[in-house]
Design a protein around this ligand. Structure first.
Ligand code: SAM
Length: 189
């Protein structure tokens, strides 16, 4: 069976991230992926979650507290500044990251992820991530500004050196209404 977008996103991370790793949720939103990542890395691993909106930070912290997760640090800042918030010992164990692009569901649709900061963050994460680590981006692009971000991202990913990275594009091309798709980058050995 072909996996749906959410299942395949989790599958990619499960295959690449090890217990004890550090991982990044670059767009916490309501914290669903943050919680998933805390379970994935286990008690010896750590999740750094980023969002620029108070509501997202609150929702994510509440979700983690409800689930008694204490291996995450949630930061109100752009993912492009991730490097300033992560201690070196955690950075050296960076095994992966997830980006859920677009706007916070049920919130202000004008606050969206933008290609400039998304690409800056991806570039920084790739340069610090360990070998076989993975960055997964779920690209929602049906909203205003979404198409531009999508185009810039795909262009950027086309240019990544194939000797250094495997780059995947996964989506259902016969679905209507701008379905989300996955871009994933794995650092090669
Ligand atoms: N994964 C989330 C969940 O499980 O609910 C959904 C994320 S939502 C599609 C996108 C989020 O990215 C929004 O909450 C938005 O505030 C956030 N965002 C936008 N620009 C950002 C940036 N530069 N750095 C970090 N977060 C950003």
């Amino acid at each position: 069976m072909l996996k749906g977008i959410l299942n395949f996103t989790h599958h990619l991370l499960e295959e690449s991230v090890d217990k004890g790793d550090t991982v990044i949720d670059a767009t916490c939103g309501n914290g669903h992926d943050t919680l998933f990542l805390t379970k994935l890395v286990g008690e010896n691993g750590h999740v750094f979650g980023f969002d620029i909106q108070d509501q997202a930070i609150t929702n994510t912290k509440n979700r983690l507290a409800l689930n008694k997760s204490n291996n995450a640090t949630i930061i109100k800042d752009s993912h492009s500044n991730f490097i300033h918030h992560m201690p070196v010992d955690k950075l050296t164990r960076l095994g992966g990251a997830i980006f859920n692009l677009g706007y916070l569901p049920g919130s202000d649709k004008s606050v969206i992820t933008r290609s400039e900061s998304t690409i800056l963050a991806v570039e920084g994460i790739l340069s610090h991530m360990k070998q076989n680590g993975i960055v997964v981006l779920v690209v929602y692009h049906g909203h205003e500004g979404g198409e531009t971000e999508k185009e810039q991202l795909v262009r950027y990913m086309h240019l990544l050196d194939q000797k250094l990275f495997h780059v995947l594009y996964y989506g259902f091309i016969n679905q209507k209404n701008d379905p989300p798709f996955i871009l994933a980058i794995q650092k090669r050995n």
